[in-house]
Design a protein around this ligand. Structure first.
Ligand SMILES: [Ca+2]
Ligand SMILES: [Ca+2]
Length: 430
């Protein structure tokens, strides 16, 4: 019985594979054509198909396809071959596509598979709120990032800036001077409008809703000292608390720690750690470690204790790091994204004490100025504003970049391209 089963298995293998099929010999036909499959992942990508004899040189070869979206050059030759393969993405509908290339050589023939997936719309999902002056003054807008359709959420005659969603995505907090000076307002994330949350004589900027939705952090301009000071408040505007500032900062740089007397917070949105225990704000000091230079860095506040010492870290000795950067913490709390002109920069803060290193500058391919990064809820993307230094004058637009590389590239999508300024994107929680 066992012998019979063995015979059946051997016969079956011979039927399936033929007499030359041996899994230990990858290209039994005497030549190889690779890669197979050819998988297209990036717009504009070229992938080279190599056709070569396993031993020596082919006398001749040719390639053909019945898929009109597969483009090849050259299509025949003598000796071992190298074919540039591209695809016409514009001719393909959204979805998965697969085609084949027939390879005919002096040593035999084979078939190579070509695959790609065309996304629906931009390939992104979700909604982003941002501030734009496309109406002549600043208003908050929300964009469907898949089809780029925009809903206008505010239309006041004042300037409405710096949106921040509640964790459930139902409301947007923002800063507006519609009442005569800058106050903190909130509105429905679906229908817009606005009601005051923090309204007083001082200018109050950049609300940032805590991860548990119970508090906001914001910066208040204190006229007596002309300084921006971090405050927190209950989500309904009560319990306004001034956080300790400008004293007792413990400052780390090049493995040294020392006390500083003075720190100036930057013009930026505070960023909460995902557990709600810390608030990060960009700062600058005068003088810095280099006396003639402002020293931008990152100050860390204890959210629970307004009198706690601050910790701070200078993130780069050189120039270019903006003290006005809108730092944002990744959803898992391990990464910190900020703007180091002209690029978005990501730091590893998994050790919790800001001693983590630079992960990667997410380089733009030009000298455009990128700023105000915010993480998507799944941590896979960062939205930011980009000010081109060449084309389109000097107007910021909203872009999205992957936080991982695809074939060595950070893929980007431009979401706005109107002639107005579009700034400070923030993802709506799903
Ligand atoms: Ca307005
Ligand atoms: Ca005010």
């Amino acid at each position: 019985m066992i012998r019979l089963i063995s015979i059946v298995l051997v016969v079956s293998l011979l039927l399936v594979c033929g007499p030359t099929c041996d899994p230990s010999i990858p290209f039994p036909m005497g030549f190889s054509a690779f890669p197979d499959p050819i998988e297209f992942l990036l717009p504009g990508e070229s992938i080279f198909l190599t056709i070569e004899a396993n031993d020596g040189t082919l006398a001749s070869w040719s390639v053909s396809t019945s898929a009109n979206w597969i483009l090849m050059d050259p299509t025949s030759g003598t000796g071992n071959g190298r074919v540039e393969v591209q695809i016409d993405r514009d001719s393909l509908a959204p979805g998965e596509h697969s085609g084949t290339i027939q390879v005919i050589t002096s040593l035999g023939t084979t078939t190579v598979t070509v695959t790609t997936t065309i996304p629906q719309g931009t390939g992104l999902t979700g909604e982003i709120a941002f501030a734009s002056n496309r109406d002549g003054n600043w208003n908050i807008h929300a964009m469907n990032v898949n089809d780029k359709s925009v809903r206008q959420l505010t239309s006041s005659s004042g300037d409405d800036i710096a949106p921040s969603y509640t964790p459930d995505g139902s409301q947007v907090f923002f800063s507006t001077n519609r009442g005569g000076n800058y106050d903190i307002y909130k509105m429905s994330a679906d229908t817009g409008g606005g009601t005051p949350v923090i309204a007083d004589a001082a200018d109050d900027y950049y609300p940032s809703v805590s991860p548990d939705g119970t508090k906001i952090a914001f910066l208040r301009h204190e006229a007596e000292t002309d300084e921006l000071i971090l405050y927190t408040a209950a989500i309904n505007g009560g319990l306004v608390t001034r956080m300790k500032n400008n004293q007792g900062l413990r400052y780390t740089y090049s493995d040294s720690v020392w006390e500083m007397d003075e720190v100036h917070l930057g013009d930026c949105r505070p960023a909460w750690s995902p557990d709600g225990s810390k608030i990060y704000v960009a700062y600058w000091v005068t003088p810095g470690p280099t006396p003639t230079q402002r020293a931008p860095g990152l100050a860390v506040f204890s959210a629970a204790d307004p009198n706690a010492d601050l910790w701070a870290k200078r993130l780069n000795q050189g120039t270019g790091y903006s003290h006005d950067s809108w730092w944002d913490v990744s959803p898992d709390g391990t990464m910190l994204a900020g703007a180091a002109n002209p690029r978005i920069t990501v730091y590893d803060i998994a050790d919790g004490n800001l001693e983590g290193g630079l992960v990667d500058p997410i380089l733009h391919t030009d000298s455009n100025e990128d700023s105000a990064p915010t993480w998507s809820a799944d941590g896979r993307r960062i939205a930011y504003s980009c000010r081109p230094t060449t084309a389109n004058g000097s107007v910021r637009d909203i872009w999205v970049v992957d936080t991982f590389r695809t074939r060595g590239q950070y893929l980007r999508v431009q979401l706005t391209d109107d002639p107005a300024e579009d700034r400070t994107p923030v993802w709506r929680p799903q």
